[in-house]
Design a protein around this ligand. Structure first.
Ligand SMILES: Cc1cc2nc3c(=O)[nH]c(=O)nc-3n(C[C@H](O)[C@H](O)[C@H](O)COP(=O)(O)OP(=O)(O)OC[C@H]3O[C@@H](n4cnc5c(N)ncnc54)[C@H](O)[C@@H]3O)c2cc1C
Length: 572
């Protein structure tokens, strides 16, 4: 059941308390509650997703969710390599977490990413082959919203139709689709890829998205759909902001953290509950390290200087923040068939909304893109001079293109129509941090992704921009593309200056409670996701990745949460 007020909940004792009803947290809640003898409480800071219209309409993920009531509304500290700009850093503040507010691109990323997790943790269970069944448990491939036959747009052998989260090919054609596909069909540098969810993501292909029947599919609409929420052993409390974990005792294996303190009224009063078995921390890459540090779990000296009593010295908490930096290049086009024509015309926007409301079809059923692409720099590329290739493996991409049939850099200009290629570094070498500004658990943490902090990352975006310009050299774009909107030359300096002025994040923070091998001198969790040196506490969310996956992060988060559920069950 779902509760708004703690006083309405009939129990005061649970086997498991899950902190964060987000992407990962709701997977755990669902899987653990399959056993009717296990009781579970989920504490979610945001409200219910039921009736949250903006989270349902796929297109509004781009245009209306950032900065809305469903967003934590974070931003970074000024980024020195981005002209000291402060970058907005949205995170889902609603049941379903960021799966309720993201842009729904569904990529499993590269097999090499997972094989590297297995190698660095010494646990082969994190390898691509062993995680495959968990990807399948997550995915429920469904028909596109417009009912077209997607044959030729994906390879069915890599998919599951029996999982939980609805996934589909785009349900509304975009004017730029044929141009992109034609270019890819004859390009050796940017070749067509039938299915980038095979473990090898290289190439240009149709995007798969967490959309079902033209409606967003999130961890809340799937793993917490009414049939699961109705389980008597599963309680979900919304508007419950966790402030600290409480050390409940000491043991031969370290301090025991089975207590959770939370507030429903902005700190005016706090409640403490104890889990009989475990606390599962799934508050995401920003929330999780913040909660750990407010509980005294982190770098002891730093915490003590903030007036927080150290309970467990784990200096890696909040470090290793890794994010995909992204920039974009835009052209004016000789067409009115782009989403600009709808976005700036209130009557057309209202008609699109009416169509979606009545049939869940039309332009609002897709998000910012219908094709994406992943590419590598050749091994001999000078970008690797003096360094090792940072990619997780020989078929792991270095950069990504996201094609958009319109203007996506904020408010649509009043005139003209546009084509955008966004380019992102997907194996960046910069590392940032989450730290605390004070001992107040309700204060926002300090978010410093250190975007473009290395020469390699800067060079990746520079070369990504040049690659985007090469992509549109295919003759199919002749006459379609008019001029490049941003008149930037080709010198390193002019491209770098442009990129500094525009770069933002793909919203993929990871690594702030990273897993490492058992006994390693660094890291926050062991390969079984238990917090090192603690008892009764696990972390399951995007913060545990030791390296950022080389694509969009939601499917990897779902997969690790599915496996984590089995690890937790095996311990019960
Ligand atoms: C705007 C945006 C666009 C994105 N686009 C894509 C995309 O297109 N494709 C893709 O694959 N990925 C995308 N991502 C990334 C992806 O959604 C995330 O990597 C993934 O959802 C993270 O899952 P998580 O479980 O770690 O965290 P979340 O899903 O964010 O869950 C954390 C939950 O914990 C709750 N919480 C936090 N602190 C507390 C607290 N103190 N007390 C109680 N609850 C708390 C939060 O409210 C939230 O519900 C996007 C993300 C964003 C924000």
């Amino acid at each position: 059941s779902l509760f708004e007020h703690f006083s309405d909940i009939p129990h005061r004792e649970y086997d498991f308390i899950i902190i964060g009803g987000g992407t990962a947290g709701n997977v755990i809640a669902n899987r653990l509650s399959e056993n009717p003898n296990i009781s579970i409480l989920v504490l979610e800071a945001g409200g219910s997703d039921r009736g949250a219209y903006l989270t349902q309409v796929p297109y509004y993920g781009l245009t209306k969710l950032p900065g809305s009531q469903y967003d934590w509304g974070y931003s970074t500290v000024p980024q020195p390599n981005l002209d000291n700009r402060v970058i907005p850093y949205p995170r889902g503040f609603v049941l379903g977490g960021s799966s309720s507010t993201n842009l729904m691109v569904y990529t499993r990323t590269s097999a090499g990413d997972f094989d590297r997790y297995a190698a660095v943790t010494g646990d082969n269970g994190w390898s691509w082959n062993q995680l495959k069944p968990y990807f399948y448990k997550n995915e429920k491939l469904t028909a596109p919203a417009d009912g077209h036959n997607p044959s030729g747009q994906y390879n069915p052998i890599f998919h599951s139709t029996s999982g939980m989260v609805g996934v589909s090919l785009p349900g509304f054609p975009r004017g730029s689709d044929p141009l992109i596909l034609q270019t890819a069909s004859r390009s050796s540098e940017f070749p067509f890829k039938l299915d980038m969810n095979s473990g090898n993501s290289l190439g240009v292909g149709w995007v798969q998205s967490s959309i079902k029947g033209g409606v967003r599919s999130s961890s809340a609409t799937s793993y917490l759909s009414d049939q699961y929420l109705g389980r008597p052993n599963l309680h979900v409390l919304v508007h419950a902001r966790v402030t600290r974990l409480i050390k409940t005792s000491s043991s031969a294996h370290g301090p025991v953290f089975r207590g959770v303190e939370f507030t429903q009224n902005a700190g005016a009063s706090k409640t403490i509950l104890n889990a009989k078995k475990e606390v599962i921390l799934s508050a995401g890459s920003i929330g999780t390290p913040a909660i750990l540090m407010h509980s005294g779990i982190g770098d002891a000296t730093t915490l003590q200087s903030l007036g927080i009593t150290s309970t467990l010295n784990l200096p890696s908490v909040g470090r290793n923040l890794t994010e995909h930096p992204i920039s974009a290049i835009v052209w004016r086009v000789n067409s009115t068939n782009t989403f600009d024509s709808i976005d700036r015309d209130p009557a057309a926007s209202a008609a699109a909304e009416t169509l979606w409301n009545t049939t869940h079809t039309g332009t609002l059923t897709t998000s910012l893109t219908t094709q994406i692409g992943f590419f590598r720099f050749p091994n001999t590329h000078p970008i690797f001079n003096g360094m090792e290739d940072p990619a997780s493996g020989p078929t792991t991409p270095h950069y990504e293109f996201i094609f958009s049939n319109g203007w996506i850099l904020g408010e649509t200009p009043p005139t003209d129509n546009y084509f955008t290629i966004s380019f992102a570094a997907v194996q960046p070498t910069s590392r940032g941090s989450i730290t605390l500004s004070s001992s107040d658990p309700l204060a926002a943490p300090i978010i410093d992704p250190n975007l473009l902090g290395t020469n390699y990352d800067r060079a990746t975006l520079r070369e990504g921009m040049r690659a985007a310009r090469r992509f549109i050299q295919d003759p199919v774009f002749n006459g379609y593309l008019l001029d490049e909107v941003t008149e930037v030359g080709d010198s390193d300096d002019s491209i770098d200056e442009y990129i500094r002025s525009l770069t933002a994040v793909v919203f993929h923070p990871t690594g702030t409670a990273m897993m490492s091998a058992k006994g390693a001198q660094y890291g926050v969790v062991d390969p079984d996701l238990k917090v090192k040196g603690a008892v009764g506490l696990r972390v399951v969310d995007a913060s545990i990745f030791p390296f950022v996956p080389s694509g969009h992060t939601q499917a990897p988060v779902y997969a690790i949460a599915e496996r984590a559920s089995d690890l937790i069950k095996a311990d019960c």
